[in-house]
Design a protein around this ligand. Structure first.
Ligand code: ZN
Length: 417
């Protein structure tokens, strides 16, 4: 079930941004047109661009920077992008909710930012909160609040968030989402999209495009997903252009125009659709909290790069365990043909991590959500080996190297015995 009409959603304080409809067929080129350097205005633009290019180096890292993280949506309602998965029906809280998965990404992003010395404000830190009077509220939902005695808040209404962001004026603002195509479920479309307030090539809050472009390659770097567009198609677009609004868009109470309500403030910012949850194999991956945490880490790298921060001292391992022989055959798992997503993920696999002296230091139990995902966080750089064990399959051992500030990706495929 998706959204019915924009008026309804506006009333509910929700945003229909996750549905891009036919926009997916009409790619917008990110590369802005080359400017002619003949007018004063353009010279000023050029000077500003050069200053911005210097900004990361001059910024000296994340220490003391104020970062506002908005982990999208906010509860368990029909507006929070519930979807059926292989194991669960839609609206089951065990099933997919974008509100749940984006919170997982956001919490990890917060932790990494705080570890780097930043001050982080999150619009919400829990799931299950809805706007007062929301007729979709369930018995488990509670109302939104500003900061409580624990310093936590649960803001859901997009305009309230925009007003708070404008008032705090943080150094960086990020809104985390995942995307969906319109119409029937299960289209094989999956790409990364950054949207900023304004028209493509003309960010109304200057600095938004530059921030998005710096972050893009870090977040795109996910070999565990299957992107369905060419690597050269980098979608960084103005929200008005992308969503089909008329420039300069509708003003909010602060007088800021644009399309996405959560971006209508003075702070350079973007909303990122990290992947498509309507692509069913990706939805199954997003069911794993650690897979979402890995996305949070990629967002951290993009933000850290913007501020010219120090690299993380530790590294990560992430991967998927799949069958070498069997193809997935499930009506809720429509994969893109001839890609890694065709291979059966091995639910319940055990992955052992051994250090350079062959001592088992950790293990990971793969979940039963048809993603085969495993991940090891905050590892000391060095040589390790991984042992993949699945009953009925031949065990594989793989040597890996962990490097600081990097994720080592592994995609073992096991033969049946
Ligand atoms: Zn969303």
């Amino acid at each position: 079930m998706l959204w019915r009409n924009r008026g309804f959603l506006r009333q509910m304080g929700s945003d229909p941004i996750c549905l891009i409809f036919e926009k997916i067929l009409k790619p917008i080129h990110v590369m802005e047109k080359k400017r002619y350097f003949c007018s004063m205005k353009n010279i000023i633009t050029l000077a500003a661009a050069m200053l911005l290019a210097l900004a990361p180096a001059a910024a000296k890292g994340l220490k003391g920077k104020v970062i506002y993280v908005n982990p999208g949506h906010g509860g368990w309602t029909v507006n929070d992008r519930p979807h059926a998965t292989v194991n669960y029906e839609a609206m089951d809280t065990m099933s997919f909710f974008e509100s749940k998965t984006c919170l997982w990404k956001g919490l990890e992003l917060r932790d990494r930012l705080e570890a780097a010395g930043a001050k982080v404000i999150m619009s919400r830190t829990r799931n299950g909160f809805v706007s007062e009077g929301d007729k979709n509220a369930t018995a488990n939902d509670r109302f939104e609040t500003y900061r409580d005695e624990n310093g936590e808040q649960q803001l859901i209404t997009l305009q309230k968030i925009a007003c708070q962001v404008d008032s705090i004026n943080p150094d960086y603002f990020i809104a985390l989402h995942s995307n969906a195509t319109g119409g029937e479920d299960g289209k094989t479309v999956n790409y990364l999209l950054y949207m900023y307030r304004g028209e493509t090539g003309n960010d109304y809050a200057k600095g938004s495009i530059d921030r998005a472009k710096v972050a893009f390659p870090y977040v795109y770097d996910n070999p565990l997903t299957v992107w369905t567009v060419k690597e050269t198609d980098r979608y960084v677009a103005g929200d008005l252009t992308w969503m089909g609004g008329t420039p300069p868009g509708e003003p909010n109470v602060l007088g800021y125009t644009g399309w996405l309500a959560v971006l209508k403030h003075r702070v350079p910012s973007f909303l990122v659709e990290g992947s498509f949850h309507s692509y069913q194999p990706e939805r199954q991956r997003l069911m794993n909290r650690d897979y979402c945490r890995m996305e949070g880490i990629r967002h951290f790298r993009g933000i850290n790069a913007w501020f010219g921060g120090k690299p993380e001292k530790h590294g990560y391992i992430a991967g998927t365990v799949k069958s070498a022989d069997e193809i997935v055959d499930n009506p809720r798992f429509k994969y893109k043909e001839d890609t890694d997503d065709q291979w059966l993920p091995l639910n319940g696999a055990t992955v052992y991590l051994l250090d350079s002296r062959n001592v088992r230091v950790r293990h990971y139990k793969v979940d039963n959500e048809w993603n085969g995902f495993f991940g090891f966080f905050y590892l000391k750089p060095g040589k390790y080996s991984l042992v993949y064990e699945v009953p009925g399959y031949e065990t594989i051992t793989e040597q890996v190297e962990v490097k600081k500030n990097e994720t080592t990706y592994c995609k073992p495929r096991l033969h049946r015995k």
